[in-house]
Design a protein around this ligand. Structure first.
Ligand SMILES: *[C@@H]1O[C@H](CO)[C@@H](O)[C@H](O)[C@H]1NC(C)=O
Ligand SMILES: *[C@@H]1O[C@H](CO)[C@@H](O)[C@H](O)[C@H]1NC(C)=O
Ligand SMILES: *[C@@H]1O[C@H](CO)[C@@H](O)[C@H](O)[C@H]1NC(C)=O
Ligand SMILES: *[C@@H]1O[C@H](CO)[C@@H](O)[C@H](O)[C@H]1NC(C)=O
Length: 387
Protein backbone atom coordinates (compact mmCIF):
# COMPACT_ATOMS: atom_id res chain seq x y z
CA UNK A 1 0.00 0.00 0.00
CA UNK A 2 2.55 2.47 -1.13
CA UNK A 3 -0.08 5.07 -1.55
CA UNK A 4 -1.00 5.05 2.13
CA UNK A 5 2.53 5.78 3.11
CA UNK A 6 2.52 9.21 1.65
CA UNK A 7 4.57 11.75 3.49
CA UNK A 8 3.35 13.42 6.60
CA UNK A 9 3.32 16.67 4.74
CA UNK A 10 0.11 18.52 5.26
CA UNK A 11 0.02 18.99 1.52
CA UNK A 12 -0.89 15.32 1.32
CA UNK A 13 -4.41 16.23 2.30
CA UNK A 14 -5.85 16.23 -1.16
CA UNK A 15 -9.16 15.29 -2.59
CA UNK A 16 -10.96 14.95 0.68
CA UNK A 17 -14.35 13.40 0.15
CA UNK A 18 -15.85 15.92 2.49
CA UNK A 19 -15.67 19.62 3.00
CA UNK A 20 -12.10 20.56 3.01
CA UNK A 21 -9.82 23.48 3.13
CA UNK A 22 -6.24 24.11 2.37
CA UNK A 23 -5.83 27.70 1.56
CA UNK A 24 -2.67 29.67 1.53
CA UNK A 25 -4.42 31.96 3.95
CA UNK A 26 -4.81 29.07 6.37
CA UNK A 27 -1.12 28.33 6.50
CA UNK A 28 -0.22 31.97 6.37
CA UNK A 29 -2.35 32.52 9.41
CA UNK A 30 -1.23 29.62 11.56
CA UNK A 31 2.36 29.06 10.58
CA UNK A 32 3.47 25.88 12.32
CA UNK A 33 0.44 23.80 13.05
CA UNK A 34 1.53 22.89 16.52
CA UNK A 35 3.44 25.41 18.52
CA UNK A 36 6.87 24.79 19.88
CA UNK A 37 6.41 25.87 23.44
CA UNK A 38 9.51 26.50 25.48
CA UNK A 39 8.72 25.12 28.90
CA UNK A 40 10.22 27.10 31.73
CA UNK A 41 10.45 24.05 33.97
CA UNK A 42 9.39 20.48 33.58
CA UNK A 43 5.99 19.30 32.44
CA UNK A 44 3.32 18.83 35.05
CA UNK A 45 1.13 15.78 34.71
CA UNK A 46 -2.15 14.95 36.34
CA UNK A 47 -4.53 12.01 36.10
CA UNK A 48 -8.25 12.56 35.88
CA UNK A 49 -10.40 11.45 38.80
CA UNK A 50 -13.57 11.25 36.71
CA UNK A 51 -15.09 7.80 37.24
CA UNK A 52 -15.85 5.35 34.46
CA UNK A 53 -19.38 5.12 35.79
CA UNK A 54 -20.28 8.73 35.08
CA UNK A 55 -19.03 8.26 31.51
CA UNK A 56 -20.92 4.98 31.06
CA UNK A 57 -23.54 6.28 28.64
CA UNK A 58 -20.82 6.90 26.05
CA UNK A 59 -21.20 3.18 25.40
CA UNK A 60 -24.83 3.63 24.41
CA UNK A 61 -26.27 3.71 20.88
CA UNK A 62 -25.79 7.44 20.46
CA UNK A 63 -22.29 7.51 21.95
CA UNK A 64 -23.43 9.48 24.98
CA UNK A 65 -24.76 12.28 22.79
CA UNK A 66 -28.48 12.82 22.66
CA UNK A 67 -28.68 12.08 18.95
CA UNK A 68 -26.53 11.15 15.96
CA UNK A 69 -27.18 12.47 12.45
CA UNK A 70 -25.57 11.43 9.19
CA UNK A 71 -25.76 13.73 6.17
CA UNK A 72 -25.77 12.28 2.65
CA UNK A 73 -27.39 12.67 -0.72
CA UNK A 74 -30.25 10.17 -1.03
CA UNK A 75 -28.99 8.86 -4.37
CA UNK A 76 -25.62 7.89 -2.90
CA UNK A 77 -27.11 4.62 -1.75
CA UNK A 78 -23.62 3.10 -1.85
CA UNK A 79 -22.46 5.39 0.95
CA UNK A 80 -25.72 5.06 2.88
CA UNK A 81 -25.62 1.29 2.79
CA UNK A 82 -22.04 1.15 3.97
CA UNK A 83 -22.37 3.73 6.73
CA UNK A 84 -25.65 2.28 8.00
CA UNK A 85 -24.06 -1.16 8.10
CA UNK A 86 -20.94 0.12 9.88
CA UNK A 87 -23.17 1.87 12.41
CA UNK A 88 -25.33 -1.20 13.01
CA UNK A 89 -22.24 -3.33 13.54
CA UNK A 90 -20.83 -0.74 15.93
CA UNK A 91 -24.12 -0.55 17.83
CA UNK A 92 -24.64 3.07 16.84
CA UNK A 93 -28.04 4.44 15.94
CA UNK A 94 -28.00 7.21 13.37
CA UNK A 95 -30.64 9.22 11.61
CA UNK A 96 -30.12 10.17 7.98
CA UNK A 97 -30.55 13.74 6.82
CA UNK A 98 -30.64 14.44 3.11
CA UNK A 99 -27.71 16.29 1.64
CA UNK A 100 -28.51 19.36 -0.45
CA UNK A 101 -27.75 19.94 -4.11
CA UNK A 102 -26.53 23.29 -5.31
CA UNK A 103 -29.43 23.75 -7.75
CA UNK A 104 -31.94 23.37 -4.90
CA UNK A 105 -30.68 26.56 -3.27
CA UNK A 106 -32.14 29.93 -4.16
CA UNK A 107 -29.66 32.72 -4.85
CA UNK A 108 -31.81 34.97 -2.72
CA UNK A 109 -31.44 32.66 0.27
CA UNK A 110 -27.66 32.95 0.38
CA UNK A 111 -26.31 34.73 3.44
CA UNK A 112 -24.57 38.08 3.26
CA UNK A 113 -21.08 38.03 1.90
CA UNK A 114 -21.86 35.45 -0.71
CA UNK A 115 -21.40 36.81 -4.21
CA UNK A 116 -24.98 36.92 -5.44
CA UNK A 117 -23.82 36.87 -9.06
CA UNK A 118 -21.80 33.69 -8.81
CA UNK A 119 -23.30 30.27 -9.34
CA UNK A 120 -23.98 28.37 -6.16
CA UNK A 121 -21.17 25.93 -5.55
CA UNK A 122 -21.30 22.44 -4.10
CA UNK A 123 -19.40 23.91 -1.15
CA UNK A 124 -22.43 26.08 -0.42
CA UNK A 125 -24.66 23.03 -0.83
CA UNK A 126 -22.60 21.42 1.90
CA UNK A 127 -23.02 24.56 4.04
CA UNK A 128 -26.79 24.30 3.59
CA UNK A 129 -26.84 20.62 4.58
CA UNK A 130 -24.90 21.39 7.78
CA UNK A 131 -27.21 24.32 8.60
CA UNK A 132 -30.20 21.99 8.15
CA UNK A 133 -28.65 19.50 10.55
CA UNK A 134 -28.04 22.21 13.15
CA UNK A 135 -31.63 23.41 12.79
CA UNK A 136 -32.81 19.87 13.48
CA UNK A 137 -30.80 19.93 16.72
CA UNK A 138 -32.68 23.09 17.74
CA UNK A 139 -36.09 21.86 16.53
CA UNK A 140 -35.70 18.73 18.63
CA UNK A 141 -34.22 20.57 21.61
CA UNK A 142 -31.32 18.15 21.78
CA UNK A 143 -28.77 19.15 24.38
CA UNK A 144 -26.01 17.57 22.28
CA UNK A 145 -25.85 15.89 18.88
CA UNK A 146 -23.16 14.36 16.73
CA UNK A 147 -23.19 15.17 13.00
CA UNK A 148 -21.43 12.83 10.58
CA UNK A 149 -20.79 13.00 6.85
CA UNK A 150 -21.72 9.96 4.81
CA UNK A 151 -18.26 8.71 3.84
CA UNK A 152 -16.79 8.46 7.32
CA UNK A 153 -15.24 5.58 9.19
CA UNK A 154 -14.24 5.04 12.80
CA UNK A 155 -12.18 2.61 14.79
CA UNK A 156 -13.92 -0.44 16.22
CA UNK A 157 -12.78 0.85 19.62
CA UNK A 158 -14.58 4.20 19.13
CA UNK A 159 -16.64 4.00 22.31
CA UNK A 160 -13.57 3.38 24.45
CA UNK A 161 -11.71 6.15 22.65
CA UNK A 162 -14.60 8.53 23.32
CA UNK A 163 -14.63 7.70 27.03
CA UNK A 164 -10.99 8.75 27.25
CA UNK A 165 -11.65 11.78 25.05
CA UNK A 166 -14.39 12.83 27.51
CA UNK A 167 -11.98 12.34 30.40
CA UNK A 168 -9.52 14.55 28.56
CA UNK A 169 -12.16 17.18 27.97
CA UNK A 170 -13.13 17.22 31.64
CA UNK A 171 -9.49 17.38 32.70
CA UNK A 172 -8.92 20.40 30.46
CA UNK A 173 -12.06 22.03 31.81
CA UNK A 174 -11.34 21.14 35.47
CA UNK A 175 -14.78 19.55 35.74
CA UNK A 176 -15.47 18.56 39.33
CA UNK A 177 -18.45 16.30 38.77
CA UNK A 178 -19.87 14.72 35.63
CA UNK A 179 -23.57 13.97 35.31
CA UNK A 180 -24.24 10.57 33.79
CA UNK A 181 -26.93 12.17 31.63
CA UNK A 182 -24.33 14.46 30.03
CA UNK A 183 -21.06 12.51 29.93
CA UNK A 184 -19.29 15.23 27.94
CA UNK A 185 -20.91 18.04 29.93
CA UNK A 186 -22.35 20.91 27.92
CA UNK A 187 -19.76 23.61 28.53
CA UNK A 188 -18.53 23.67 24.97
CA UNK A 189 -19.87 24.57 21.54
CA UNK A 190 -18.16 22.03 19.27
CA UNK A 191 -16.38 18.74 19.95
CA UNK A 192 -14.64 18.34 16.63
CA UNK A 193 -13.75 14.66 16.83
CA UNK A 194 -13.47 14.05 13.08
CA UNK A 195 -11.24 16.42 11.15
CA UNK A 196 -8.42 16.11 8.65
CA UNK A 197 -6.25 18.26 10.83
CA UNK A 198 -6.64 20.46 13.84
CA UNK A 199 -4.41 22.62 15.98
CA UNK A 200 -4.58 24.57 19.24
CA UNK A 201 -3.64 28.18 19.78
CA UNK A 202 0.09 28.62 19.37
CA UNK A 203 0.38 29.59 23.02
CA UNK A 204 -1.66 26.72 24.41
CA UNK A 205 -0.12 25.21 27.54
CA UNK A 206 -2.63 22.51 28.51
CA UNK A 207 -3.08 19.23 26.69
CA UNK A 208 -4.48 15.83 27.51
CA UNK A 209 -2.07 13.21 26.20
CA UNK A 210 -2.91 9.55 25.66
CA UNK A 211 0.48 7.89 25.17
CA UNK A 212 1.20 4.61 23.41
CA UNK A 213 -2.27 4.52 21.88
CA UNK A 214 -2.54 1.38 19.69
CA UNK A 215 -5.24 3.14 17.64
CA UNK A 216 -2.97 6.03 16.70
CA UNK A 217 -1.60 6.00 13.18
CA UNK A 218 1.98 7.22 13.09
CA UNK A 219 2.86 10.37 11.22
CA UNK A 220 4.18 8.29 8.33
CA UNK A 221 0.89 6.37 8.13
CA UNK A 222 -1.21 9.41 8.79
CA UNK A 223 -2.91 11.75 6.38
CA UNK A 224 -3.27 15.34 7.37
CA UNK A 225 -1.27 15.12 10.56
CA UNK A 226 -0.40 18.16 12.58
CA UNK A 227 2.98 18.69 14.20
CA UNK A 228 3.63 18.40 17.88
CA UNK A 229 5.13 20.73 20.46
CA UNK A 230 8.79 19.81 20.25
CA UNK A 231 9.28 20.00 23.99
CA UNK A 232 7.20 16.84 24.49
CA UNK A 233 8.96 14.77 21.91
CA UNK A 234 10.67 12.56 24.48
CA UNK A 235 7.89 11.82 26.89
CA UNK A 236 4.97 11.86 24.48
CA UNK A 237 6.16 11.26 20.95
CA UNK A 238 3.59 12.52 18.50
CA UNK A 239 3.75 9.30 16.55
CA UNK A 240 2.14 7.17 19.24
CA UNK A 241 0.26 9.73 21.33
CA UNK A 242 -3.24 11.03 20.88
CA UNK A 243 -3.75 14.60 22.06
CA UNK A 244 -6.95 16.30 23.22
CA UNK A 245 -6.98 20.10 23.44
CA UNK A 246 -8.89 23.30 23.00
CA UNK A 247 -8.71 23.79 19.24
CA UNK A 248 -8.59 26.87 17.04
CA UNK A 249 -7.69 25.72 13.57
CA UNK A 250 -9.56 22.79 12.13
CA UNK A 251 -10.53 21.52 8.72
CA UNK A 252 -12.91 18.91 7.33
CA UNK A 253 -16.29 18.26 8.93
CA UNK A 254 -16.11 14.45 8.97
CA UNK A 255 -17.72 14.36 12.40
CA UNK A 256 -18.42 16.98 15.05
CA UNK A 257 -20.72 17.29 18.00
CA UNK A 258 -22.54 20.45 18.98
CA UNK A 259 -24.40 21.55 22.05
CA UNK A 260 -27.71 23.31 21.63
CA UNK A 261 -25.99 26.60 22.47
CA UNK A 262 -23.27 25.79 19.95
CA UNK A 263 -25.83 25.15 17.21
CA UNK A 264 -27.47 28.50 17.96
CA UNK A 265 -24.17 30.34 17.77
CA UNK A 266 -23.19 28.67 14.51
CA UNK A 267 -26.50 29.40 12.79
CA UNK A 268 -26.36 33.00 14.01
CA UNK A 269 -22.85 33.42 12.66
CA UNK A 270 -23.03 31.45 9.43
CA UNK A 271 -26.60 31.83 8.24
CA UNK A 272 -28.07 34.96 9.80
CA UNK A 273 -24.72 36.70 9.47
CA UNK A 274 -22.30 35.90 6.70
CA UNK A 275 -20.26 33.12 5.15
CA UNK A 276 -17.62 33.56 2.51
CA UNK A 277 -15.64 30.35 2.79
CA UNK A 278 -16.47 26.63 2.88
CA UNK A 279 -18.27 25.54 6.04
CA UNK A 280 -15.22 23.98 7.73
CA UNK A 281 -13.10 27.12 7.28
CA UNK A 282 -15.98 29.20 8.58
CA UNK A 283 -16.42 26.99 11.65
CA UNK A 284 -12.68 27.08 12.20
CA UNK A 285 -12.82 30.89 12.15
CA UNK A 286 -15.47 30.73 14.86
CA UNK A 287 -13.26 28.44 16.96
CA UNK A 288 -10.39 30.91 16.65
CA UNK A 289 -12.46 34.09 16.86
CA UNK A 290 -10.92 35.07 13.52
CA UNK A 291 -12.40 37.12 10.71
CA UNK A 292 -14.21 39.40 13.16
CA UNK A 293 -16.09 36.43 14.60
CA UNK A 294 -17.12 36.00 18.21
CA UNK A 295 -15.12 33.05 19.52
CA UNK A 296 -16.84 29.78 20.33
CA UNK A 297 -15.44 26.91 22.44
CA UNK A 298 -14.07 24.06 20.36
CA UNK A 299 -12.24 20.95 21.49
CA UNK A 300 -10.55 18.49 19.25
CA UNK A 301 -8.21 15.54 19.13
CA UNK A 302 -5.28 14.68 16.94
CA UNK A 303 -5.35 12.34 15.18
CA UNK A 304 -9.12 12.51 14.73
CA UNK A 305 -11.49 9.77 15.90
CA UNK A 306 -13.67 9.95 12.80
CA UNK A 307 -11.88 9.70 9.47
CA UNK A 308 -12.90 9.55 5.87
CA UNK A 309 -13.09 6.31 3.95
CA UNK A 310 -12.66 5.74 0.25
CA UNK A 311 -13.46 2.51 -1.47
CA UNK A 312 -11.05 1.30 -4.13
CA UNK A 313 -11.78 2.65 -7.58
CA UNK A 314 -12.08 5.93 -9.39
CA UNK A 315 -11.75 9.08 -7.31
CA UNK A 316 -14.65 10.56 -9.26
CA UNK A 317 -16.98 8.53 -7.04
CA UNK A 318 -15.53 9.82 -3.79
CA UNK A 319 -16.91 13.25 -3.19
CA UNK A 320 -20.26 14.88 -3.75
CA UNK A 321 -18.79 18.23 -2.84
CA UNK A 322 -15.69 18.43 -4.99
CA UNK A 323 -16.92 17.44 -8.44
CA UNK A 324 -13.61 18.16 -10.14
CA UNK A 325 -11.85 15.00 -8.98
CA UNK A 326 -9.71 13.72 -11.81
CA UNK A 327 -11.01 10.14 -11.67
CA UNK A 328 -7.66 8.52 -10.92
CA UNK A 329 -7.72 5.00 -9.51
CA UNK A 330 -6.93 4.56 -5.83
CA UNK A 331 -6.86 1.67 -3.38
CA UNK A 332 -9.29 1.33 -0.50
CA UNK A 333 -8.21 3.42 2.44
CA UNK A 334 -9.51 4.76 5.70
CA UNK A 335 -7.79 7.89 6.90
CA UNK A 336 -5.84 7.39 10.10
CA UNK A 337 -7.94 4.44 11.26
CA UNK A 338 -5.85 1.56 12.57
CA UNK A 339 -8.76 -0.83 13.24
CA UNK A 340 -11.34 0.86 11.03
CA UNK A 341 -14.79 -0.69 10.93
CA UNK A 342 -15.28 -0.37 7.18
CA UNK A 343 -12.06 -2.13 6.21
CA UNK A 344 -13.03 -4.94 8.60
CA UNK A 345 -16.67 -5.06 7.56
CA UNK A 346 -16.63 -8.60 6.20
CA UNK A 347 -15.00 -9.99 9.35
CA UNK A 348 -17.34 -8.06 11.59
CA UNK A 349 -20.45 -9.02 9.61
CA UNK A 350 -19.39 -12.66 9.79
CA UNK A 351 -19.01 -12.38 13.56
CA UNK A 352 -15.23 -12.94 13.68
CA UNK A 353 -13.61 -12.20 17.04
CA UNK A 354 -10.76 -10.16 15.65
CA UNK A 355 -10.19 -7.15 13.45
CA UNK A 356 -7.09 -6.36 11.45
CA UNK A 357 -4.96 -3.27 11.38
CA UNK A 358 -4.86 -1.29 8.16
CA UNK A 359 -1.08 -1.58 8.38
CA UNK A 360 0.67 -4.92 8.33
CA UNK A 361 4.26 -6.16 8.40
CA UNK A 362 6.85 -3.45 7.83
CA UNK A 363 4.12 -0.82 7.58
CA UNK A 364 3.02 -1.52 11.14
CA UNK A 365 4.34 0.46 14.12
CA UNK A 366 5.57 -1.17 17.36
CA UNK A 367 2.65 0.14 19.44
CA UNK A 368 0.09 -1.32 17.02
CA UNK A 369 -0.90 -4.96 16.74
CA UNK A 370 -1.65 -6.77 13.51
CA UNK A 371 -5.00 -7.71 14.91
CA UNK A 372 -6.96 -7.16 18.09
CA UNK A 373 -9.91 -8.75 19.87
CA UNK A 374 -12.23 -5.77 20.25
CA UNK A 375 -14.02 -7.42 23.17
CA UNK A 376 -10.80 -7.83 25.14
CA UNK A 377 -9.21 -4.59 24.03
CA UNK A 378 -8.30 -2.11 26.73
CA UNK A 379 -7.78 1.46 25.65
CA UNK A 380 -4.92 3.29 27.39
CA UNK A 381 -5.36 6.05 29.95
CA UNK A 382 -4.32 9.60 29.32
CA UNK A 383 -2.88 12.30 31.47
CA UNK A 384 -3.31 16.06 31.71
CA UNK A 385 -0.08 17.81 30.83
CA UNK A 386 0.64 21.42 31.60
CA UNK A 387 3.68 23.37 30.69
C1 LIG B 1 -3.58 17.57 40.13
O1 LIG B 1 -4.94 17.89 40.29
C2 LIG B 1 -5.30 18.20 41.63
C3 LIG B 1 -6.79 18.41 41.68
O2 LIG B 1 -7.25 19.20 40.62
C4 LIG B 1 -4.52 19.41 42.11
O3 LIG B 1 -4.81 19.71 43.46
C5 LIG B 1 -3.02 19.13 41.99
O4 LIG B 1 -2.29 20.28 42.30
C6 LIG B 1 -2.69 18.71 40.55
N1 LIG B 1 -1.29 18.30 40.49
C7 LIG B 1 -0.46 18.75 39.56
C8 LIG B 1 0.92 18.20 39.60
O5 LIG B 1 -0.80 19.57 38.72
C1 LIG C 1 -27.20 7.94 25.39
O1 LIG C 1 -26.79 8.72 26.48
C2 LIG C 1 -27.09 10.11 26.41
C3 LIG C 1 -26.49 10.76 27.63
O2 LIG C 1 -26.91 10.14 28.81
C4 LIG C 1 -28.60 10.28 26.30
O3 LIG C 1 -28.92 11.65 26.16
C5 LIG C 1 -29.12 9.51 25.11
O4 LIG C 1 -30.53 9.61 25.06
C6 LIG C 1 -28.71 8.06 25.21
N1 LIG C 1 -29.07 7.38 23.97
C7 LIG C 1 -29.81 6.29 23.96
C8 LIG C 1 -30.09 5.69 22.63
O5 LIG C 1 -30.26 5.79 24.97
C1 LIG D 1 1.06 34.21 21.78
O1 LIG D 1 1.58 35.06 22.78
C2 LIG D 1 2.31 36.16 22.28
C3 LIG D 1 2.94 36.88 23.47
O2 LIG D 1 1.96 37.15 24.45
C4 LIG D 1 1.38 37.06 21.48
O3 LIG D 1 2.09 38.14 20.95
C5 LIG D 1 0.80 36.24 20.34
O4 LIG D 1 -0.16 37.02 19.65
C6 LIG D 1 0.11 34.99 20.88
N1 LIG D 1 -0.28 34.15 19.75
C7 LIG D 1 -1.52 33.75 19.58
C8 LIG D 1 -1.76 32.91 18.37
O5 LIG D 1 -2.43 34.02 20.34
C1 LIG E 1 -10.95 18.95 -6.00
O1 LIG E 1 -10.24 17.81 -6.46
C2 LIG E 1 -9.18 18.09 -7.35
C3 LIG E 1 -8.62 16.78 -7.88
O2 LIG E 1 -8.24 15.90 -6.86
C4 LIG E 1 -8.13 18.90 -6.60
O3 LIG E 1 -7.03 19.20 -7.45
C5 LIG E 1 -8.76 20.21 -6.13
O4 LIG E 1 -7.84 20.91 -5.36
C6 LIG E 1 -10.00 19.91 -5.29
N1 LIG E 1 -10.66 21.19 -5.03
C7 LIG E 1 -11.06 21.53 -3.83
C8 LIG E 1 -11.62 22.90 -3.74
O5 LIG E 1 -11.01 20.80 -2.87
Amino acid sequence: MKFLKSSRAIQAIVAVGATYLLSIAFFGKTGALWPIIRAPGSLRENRSRISDKSLGSIHNETLGFEHVYAIGLPERTDKRDFLSLAAAISDIKLEWLDGVKADAISQKAMPNGYDQESTISTFMASWRAHMNALLRVLDNSYSTALILEDDVDWDITLKQQLVEFARGLHSLQNTEKVSSSAPYGTHWDILWIGSCLSAPNQNETRFYAIPQDPTVASTRQRQGAAGIPGIWEDRFPEDSTRYVYSAETICCTFGYAVTRKGAEKIIAALSVSHIETPIDNALSDLCAGEDGRRRIDCYSTSPGLIGTYKTSGSSSRDSDINSSENGDYHEEHSWNMVYGVKRNIHRLAAGDDTVQSQWQDEDREPWQQEEIHPREFKYPEGVLVEI
